[in-house]
Design a protein around this ligand. Structure first.
Ligand code: B12
Length: 362
């Protein structure tokens, strides 16, 4: 397809603005999801989405961007690095008294940050395009019915790895994705054709709950990120030990990826750790009362799970940790919070009793 010099100039201007707005890379792609819609359909048929009804309910919109955003002609896909400098990842999992919180959730909620920046980008395009009408544009980040990694792959931002993450050969995979849907005829970038995973299976091998039923296929019901964030009820017994000290999300399959040796730490203020959450003691977090939880998770992705699930997750991690009078007292003190918390507290107390009976974890 032939593009006017004006739209070619606008496309490169959009990429410059994207970098100014804090994105590490911006690409432009056609809206059609192609094969990713079939993968989604197959995934849903296997119930791999568990309680994430929103993934099934809006399958048609995910599979057909024209229905989501009538008149869409091009998608501006962007990635933003989020790993703060100097924070530990996998090594923190050996410290059973320390809480492991997924590195994407240490600071402010990325949905707001990326949506704000994408809206800014849209305003720049609108101003630049005047007096001609630039049509409507809409930013999407994570929770929208968009197959984001498919967009990013088609926009040349990276390939989809065996861990289903989008991986970039110059930056690894510690980054968020976001899109701006437009009705503009913009030149498309070349998609990332090649997959550079090769014979590596580090991500599949490290998963503590064996959540990958094969390369590129994640059964979310077994994924610790799903179990600690999306699951509303009791965490199935068979996964509790494997959760270790992870209390919100899981980075294992991401952090172990050899391409992350190229990851670039971010100096984005919004993503810097708050309240020492990158290295906090499980017991300190478990002792937060509801008001403290509300205050300290204001504007954080963690707020989404609510106080009850926060206690549920930490109770499991304490049950996997060191036994001490302080831990036993703190657990007993939370038994009356709710039936869900009580069930997980009792499990933890039983685990610690059995461990000490075997002379372990003291
Ligand atoms: C639902 C969801 C989850 C679920 C399910 C994950 C999943 N893989 O589906 C849970 C809660 C488990 C989850 C966890 C995490 N998530 Co999440 N999640 C999403 C969400 C909302 C939808 C993903 C989706 O469409 N799943 C549907 C199924 C079918 O997709 P899939 O199994 O991954 O398969 C895809 C590909 O692998 C490919 N595919 C499938 N089969 C095959 C076969 C072959 C041969 C090939 C080549 C490809 C292929 O096509 C499918 C569709 O694109 C996206 C945002 C979005 N709107 O896209 C964020 C998103 C993918 N998540 C993200 C992140 C950061 C995470 C976590 C790292 C957070 C954490 N630390 O806990 C973990 C990582 C776990 C993992 N390995 O995926 C980022 C990923 C950024 C990146 N660099 O890729 C996204 C893009 C959010 C964002 N806007 O930044 N997530």
């Amino acid at each position: 397809m032939e593009y006017s010099n004006a739209s070619i100039a606008l496309a490169s201007q959009i990429k410059r603005w994207g970098l100014e707005l804090g994105f590490a890379e911006v690409g432009i792609c056609p809206p059609e999801p192609e094969r990713h819609a079939q993968y989604l359909n197959a995934w849903l048929k296997q119930q791999y989405h568990g309680e994430m009804d929103y993934m099934a309910e809006r399958e048609a919109l995910r599979a057909d961007p024209e229905r989501l955003f009538p008149g869409v002609r091009s998608v501006i896909a962007a990635r933003m690095d989020y790993l703060p400098a100097g924070v530990e990842t996998l090594t923190l999992l050996d410290h059973s008294e320390t809480a492991y919180i997924a590195r994407y959730a240490l600071g402010r909620d990325y949905h707001k940050t990326l949506r704000r920046r994408l809206a800014k980008l849209a305003s720049y395009i609108r101003d630049y395009h005047r007096p001609d009408d630039s049509g409507t544009m809409r930013p999407f980040v994570d929770s929208a019915p968009v197959l984001e990694r498919g967009c990013a792959e088609r926009a040349g931002l990276g390939w989809i790895g065996k861990n289903t993450m989008l991986i970039n050969s110059r930056a690894g995979s510690w980054f968020f994705l976001g899109e701006l849907f437009t009705q503009l005829a913009l030149p498309f970038d070349a998609p990332t054709e090649q997959n550079h995973c090769g014979s590596c299976t580090a991500c599949l091998d490290i998963c503590p709950t064996k959540a990958f039923s094969g390369p590129f296929e994640l059964d979310a019901r077994k994924c610790i990120s799903y179990l600690t964030i999306e699951l509303k009820g009791a965490i199935p017994l068979q996964y509790r030990k494997a959760i270790g000290n992870r209390i919100f999300g899981c980075d294992d399959c991401n952090a172990v990826c050899p391409w992350n040796k190229f990851a670039r730490p971010t100096d984005e203020q919004d993503f810097q750790p708050r309240h020492g959450l990158d290295n906090a003691a499980l017991l300190d977090l478990f002792l937060w009362d509801e008001a403290t939880f509300a205050k300290r998770t204001e504007g954080s992705p963690i707020r989404r799970i609510g106080y009850q699930r926060w206690l549920r997750n930490i109770a499991v991690a304490l049950g996997n940790g060191k036994r001490s009078e302080k831990v036993l007292d703190a657990l007993r003190a939370r038994r009356d919070h709710s039936p869900l918390v009580r069930e997980h507290v009792d499990w933890a107390l039983e685990e610690l009793e059995q461990a000490s009976a075997r002379g372990l974890r003291t």
